[in-house]
Design a protein around this ligand. Structure first.
Ligand SMILES: Cc1cc2nc3c(=O)[nH]c(=O)nc-3n(C[C@H](O)[C@H](O)[C@H](O)COP(=O)(O)OP(=O)(O)OC[C@H]3O[C@@H](n4cnc5c(N)ncnc54)[C@H](O)[C@@H]3O)c2cc1C
Length: 348
């Protein structure tokens, strides 16, 4: 079950990454104890991989044991869904929509696994996974115990969770329980969606029309918008979606920023903070569509870095670095990667 020297590029949507010293694909939760014992016996570090759609793995490979999570299974019981961590996230969304269960339709077509979705608290078009998550089943690498974490215990926030903090770094997610709704009100406040349903200028007066929009119509609209705005990985182009998080700054910093550049967009978070659009800042710094030898910035969306044939992690990192520096110099704003960047020994 445990293999040696396996190329990881094939397991990431950037198509980048050297070899794993040890590698195992986990198809049942019972296998976890066995592989963890192997890692403990040989003093190996453990790395978890879902679909690899939000990671940049090092060219030199990973020293330790990489576990690719492929635990399957989706069970619906009324409005409660249990999903294995290795299931495709979008399969869960498609099934929920077909059963007329609301809550995750705005999260359609996000690549990756259920486990990766929880780790990252995925979000799109005004929805986040945390809004429907009931509990998470985890295997504790340290104690070998199985635990159930409630939504509150997962410490979800913008693109983060306990699994990204030291308190949760020993947890392997193997299953998730979601609570969906049988009665739902379409969540189409996000401008692209409002526009799609031709309700742009009179959202408040159109409640009756909005209430008739079906889950399937929302899923279809989200898929259409995503396909028009994003590059999806193909055999020749790699991407991990948004490379940077949207920066959050104080209101006073925002006011200073727009006193020079009134066109900079910001969303008031209501707690003295404003969320900026990283994509807009990168575009305003003239990076959109820029192509280099093996890597580039998407022509469709400035927040998306793309890799071409023979691209290396170091090429992506060099480009990301240049973008960060130019946005910092132009606007004084720090861009933080959303993609998890790994070194030989773990997340950097
Ligand atoms: C074209 C494209 C569009 C995207 N759009 C969006 C979007 O709209 N919104 C959004 O939020 N994200 C988006 N993403 C990013 C990505 O798809 C999500 O973050 C996804 O949830 C990652 O899942 P994964 O299985 O690929 O995780 P991976 O990339 O394999 O792993 C990501 C991190 O999660 C950890 N992890 C994965 N599985 C487990 C597990 N079972 N237990 C413990 N830790 C685990 C890994 O160790 C790693 O650190 C996009 C990516 C692409 C390529």
């Amino acid at each position: 079950m445990i293999q040696k020297n396996i190329s990881l590029a094939q397991y990431t949507t950037f198509h980048i990454g050297g070899k794993a010293e040890f590698f195992a694909e986990i198809k049942r939760k019972e296998e976890l104890g066995e592989v963890i014992n192997f890692a403990k016996k040989h003093k190996l570090k453990i790395f978890i991989l879902g679909r690899g759609s939000n990671v940049l793995l090092p060219d030199k490979g990973i020293k330790g044991l990489v576990l690719k999570m492929s635990i399957k299974g989706i069970i619906f019981q009324d409005n409660i869904v249990y999903a294995g961590a290795g299931e495709k996230w979008d399969k869960v969304v498609a099934m929920a929509v077909s059963k007329n269960l609301g809550g995750i339709e705005n999260l359609s077509l996000i690549p990756g696994t259920v486990g990766g979705a929880v780790y990252q608290n995925i979000g799109a078009y005004g929805a986040e996974l945390k809004d429907v998550l009931e509990s998470v089943d985890v295997f504790d690498i340290k104690s070998g115990e199985i635990k159930k974490l409630s939504n509150k215990e997962c410490l979800f926030a913008y693109r983060t969770s306990i699994f990204q903090k030291s308190a949760g770094k020993n947890y392997i997610i193997f299953g998730v329980i979601l609570k969906l709704s049988t009665i739902f009100f379409p969540n189409i406040k996000y401008p692209d969606l409002t526009k799609n349903f031709n309700l742009y200028s009179h959202y408040d007066r159109a409640l009756d029309t909005i209430s008739k929009i079906t889950l399937n119509e929302i899923r279809k609209a989200v898929i259409k918008i995503r396909k028009s705005k994003l590059d999806y990985p193909t055999a020749s182009i790699g991407t991990a979606g948004s490379f940077f998080k949207n920066p959050v700054i104080t209101i006073s910093n925002f006011q200073f920023l727009i006193s020079n550049r009134p066109d900079i967009k910001g969303r008031d978070l209501g707690n003295g903070l404003v969320k900026l659009s990283a994509g807009q800042l990168i575009e305003m710094a003239w990076w959109k569509g820029k192509q280099f030898r093996n890597v580039g910035v998407s022509e469709k969306h400035a927040l998306v870095l793309v890799s071409y044939k023979k691209a290396k992690a170091k090429d992506i990192l060099r480009l990301a670095n240049k973008i960060q520096k130019s946005v910092k110099t132009k606007f004084g704003v720090t861009l933080e990667p959303e993609v998890k960047i790994y070194g030989k020994h773990g997340i950097m």
